[in-house]
Design a protein. Structure first.
Ligand SMILES: Cc1cc2nc3c(=O)[nH]c(=O)nc-3n(C[C@H](O)[C@H](O)[C@H](O)COP(=O)(O)OP(=O)(O)OC[C@H]3O[C@@H](n4cnc5c(N)ncnc54)[C@H](O)[C@@H]3O)c2cc1C
Length: 191
């Protein structure tokens, strides 16, 4: 006698990145359709949550979003997910954003702003480039490696603000006197 297994119903609440990641990995299990029925509940029609963005036709197609979103190079799980997702999408090379690395623009140079006594103070930081490709966690940092990385970042932030360094620093066109232009640009394989 044939028995029919009752499918388990799964509700994913919200359509932000955490919900979509859950949906992506749940539907990556081989044969998931035999066991699960998955529904995503999102208020309104737009997926993406705080990471959603769109164009406003009434205002010259300007981009509207919750805020600029950056993936730091050590977001290995996030990059791995995007790589798996683009792999599954299998876009042909001529299509826009055909591969995951076309959807991100690598940069090492970041300027944080802080308001001190009513005046905006820029903190330019040039982050070091990690070896390898983001998403490849095959060379994780050791505990001591994290400490060294933090100390190096501290050194860069302090160095950016020390008067002795100001004379030697090259000027950045858009960020005034504090910016530096020693951004090495994207790794060669991403250019
Ligand atoms: C201005 C800004 C800049 C940021 N910059 C960065 C960055 O550079 N790098 C980075 O890593 N992170 C950044 N973040 C954080 C990042 O956006 C969030 O951590 C991430 O989007 C959270 O995703 P989430 O899926 O958990 O939640 P959300 O993105 O908030 O998604 C929740 C979803 O659930 C829906 N929802 C809520 N209630 C209900 C309901 N009752 N029924 C159905 N649907 C519901 C919402 O409409 C929404 O779509 C930034 C956040 C902001 C606001």
């Amino acid at each position: 006698m044939q028995t029919t297994r009752k499918k388990q119903r799964i509700a994913i609440l919200g359509g932000g990145v955490s919900a979509m990641t859950s949906a992506f990995y749940l539907t990556s299990y081989p044969g998931w359709k035999d066991d699960w029925e998955i529904d995503v509940y999102q208020m309104g029609w737009r997926l993406g949550g705080k990471g959603a963005s769109g164009r406003n036709r009434k205002h010259n197609q300007r981009i509207e979003e919750h805020g600029l979103h950056i993936f730091l190079g050590f977001y290995d799980n996030a990059f791995k997910t995007m790589q798996d997702l683009y792999g599954e999408l299998a876009r042909s090379p001529g299509e826009p954003l055909a591969a995951w690395h076309q959807a991100w623009k690598p940069t090492n140079h970041v300027v944080f702003m802080e308001q001190i006594k009513g005046e905006w103070k820029p903190w330019p930081v040039t982050f070091p480039t990690r070896p390898g490709v983001p998403g490849d966690a095959s060379q994780p940092l050791s505990g001591w490696g994290y400490v060294q990385t933090m100390l190096e970042l501290d050194r860069r932030v302090v160095a950016a603000d020390r008067p002795a360094h100001r004379g030697r620093r090259r000027r950045h066109r858009s960020h005034g006197r504090r910016g530096r232009l020693d951004d090495p640009g994207p790794p060669r394989h991403l250019r």
